[in-house]
Design a protein around this ligand. Structure first.
Ligand code: ADP
Length: 505
């Protein structure tokens, strides 16, 4: 027994030594109980070195005092030890305590080696607590910052799976389904080639640490939006994707670009007009003034007279055409052309055009002008803008006459089912080389050929025709073989048509 008692004494001594030297602030408490065993008072018996230095109080100041009194003194706030003792007897675990005045946090552990003996151990966790508070604060700051940036952020892993995102209230309407975490870029509605592109940018960004930029379009129930996506490496297996709505910027850029092109074109139009004035107008003017003087002054053979008057007529017509075309184009430029759709008698319009040109074809040219009417009914017609249609036909016949030396020119229309009326102007003229096909509708473009070398022209005719045909709801098409001839045609919708009944078999 003696030996055992010795061992217990040794054991207690070593425990006391550990407690005394521990870095934690420890107080030994004795419980005073009533007859029923309820705790009446808790008295401080001892405190260790750490307690003395951490709480700046000496053992002799605390020894034998009521625990509540001592702790209230130390923490300068109410500290209910009884509560912790009760909690401990039920839950056997530590509790956090915030010493507000001292601005410190403690984890309170209790040990009960005896029925009436407690150790209360104060673990100072202020550092950890402050660190957490700092982290919370910086997290909050980042959140505010991200909210203030008008971009949508995603974290995407290297396989293209969305891992996380920051999305603001205002973005929600742009993204149909914000629950995209876990989906891949191949499943969220990008066109396949777009998803492939994003995928390869993710790989490049991770591999080379670069910032990759992609522009893309997204259709949502609230309209089409344009986004610019920037991908930047987050770590070895994911990137941050920052999507910026650039719809407004792009629209503005587009408008600006269009305005610039228009400004450049009207500038070109002006310079071209001035250039034409000097050459293209002077040449026919000279012909007209000189030839009319010769015609008036000299005695000429009837054949020679005819030649001169033909030349005067041709050059006069060219001048008029050029002035007309310039006016047409400036109207197109200013967007002042109004399409007035009214019922239009087509046979009458075709005949007028035919009669007008019949007398304008110079006698020196051996050209036969034909009119082909598909529907003989006098009343035949439909709703369109008659003056624009006349202008189109007249420009096409002008060209046919200009670029044909002999043969025939056909002015025609035909019904296509009972839905379209197809107008055509064909000639047996010099034709157009295939390499010129893509240019002939360009403004101011003239093919280099022997006719254009000796005649003036604005290079505007076909550009105007193409624009006018589109205004009437058609599309200008053509085919041409050098040396054989050309055919230009377009179909207009047979809107509110009269005088034609389709034959139903
Ligand atoms: P322009 O006749 O004033 O040169 P256009 O715009 O009317 O300008 O025509 C552009 C070019 O297309 C002409 O220079 C001409 O070479 C070619 N072209 C147009 N119509 C015909 C046609 N019927 N036959 C042959 N070439 C044509």
């Amino acid at each position: 027994i003696k030996k055992n008692q010795n061992q217990i004494v040794l054991f207690n001594q070593s425990i006391n030594k550990v407690l005394q030297d521990s870095g934690f602030s420890i107080a030994q408490i004795r419980a005073v109980r009533d007859e029923a065993g309820n705790i009446e008072q808790l008295i401080v018996e001892k405190v260790n070195n750490a307690f003395e230095s951490n709480f700046k109080i000496n053992l002799y100041e605390v020894q034998g005092q009521k625990a509540d009194y001592i702790f209230n003194l130390i923490f300068k706030t109410k500290f209910d030890l009884n509560k912790y003792v009760l909690l401990y007897s039920k839950q056997k675990k530590s509790h956090e305590f915030h010493a507000v005045v001292l601005e410190r946090w403690f984890n309170i552990h209790l040990m009960q080696p005896d029925y009436n003996k407690f150790y209360i151990i104060f673990e100072d966790i202020s550092k950890t607590k402050n660190k957490i508070a700092e982290l919370e604060e910086s997290k909050r700051r980042y959140k505010v910052l991200l909210e203030a940036i008008p971009d949508i952020f995603f974290v995407i892993d290297k396989d293209g799976t969305y891992e996380d995102f920051v999305i603001k209230e205002s973005d929600l309407f742009k993204i149909e389904d914000a629950n995209i975490i876990g989906s891949t870029i191949f499943e969220v509605g990008f066109p396949e080639n777009m998803a492939e592109k994003i995928y390869s940018c993710i790989q490049t960004s991770i591999k080379t640490n670069s910032i990759e930029t992609i522009e893309y379009q997204m259709n949502t129930p609230n309209g089409t939006f344009l986004f610019e996506m920037r991908l930047t490496k987050l770590n070895a297996h994911s990137v941050i994707s920052i999507a910026r709505d650039i719809t407004k910027r792009k629209t503005a850029e587009f408008k600006l670009e269009k305005a610039l092109i228009r400004a450049e074109e009207s500038d070109k139009l002006k310079s071209a007009f001035l250039a034409n004035l000097s050459h293209e107008i002077r040449t026919p003017m000279n012909v007209i003034t000189n030839f009319s003087r010769i015609l008036a002054e000299s005695d000429l053979e009837p054949e020679e007279k005819l030649e001169l008057s033909d030349a005067i007529a041709i050059n006069g017509k060219q001048l008029l055409n050029m002035i007309d075309n310039t006016i047409h184009l400036s109207k197109i430029e200013a967007q002042t052309i109004e399409v007035v759709n009214r019922f239009c008698n087509i046979n009458g319009l075709m005949r007028d055009a035919y009669n007008k040109y019949l007398i304008l074809i110079p006698d020196s040219k051996k050209i036969k002008l034909n009119l082909k009417i598909d529907v003989p009914n006098k009343e035949f017609g439909f709703e369109t803008d008659a003056s624009i249609l006349s202008e189109i036909l007249s420009l096409l016949v002008d060209n046919a006459v200009k670029y044909t030396l002999k043969g025939e020119i056909n002015l025609s229309y035909e019904m296509i089912r009972n839905e379209w009326v197809k107008f055509g102007v064909s000639d047996t003229g010099i034709g157009i080389p295939e390499i010129e096909f893509e240019h002939i509708f360009d403004r101011f473009y003239r093919v280099q050929n022997h006719i254009n070398e000796s005649t003036s022209g604005s290079g505007l005719g076909l550009a105007i025709v193409q624009h006018y045909v589109a205004l009437l709801g058609g599309e200008l098409e053509f085919e041409s073989t050098p040396g054989k001839g050309s055919k230009f045609w377009f179909s207009l919708p047979f809107k509110n048509g009269k005088g034609f009944l389709a034959v139903v078999k």
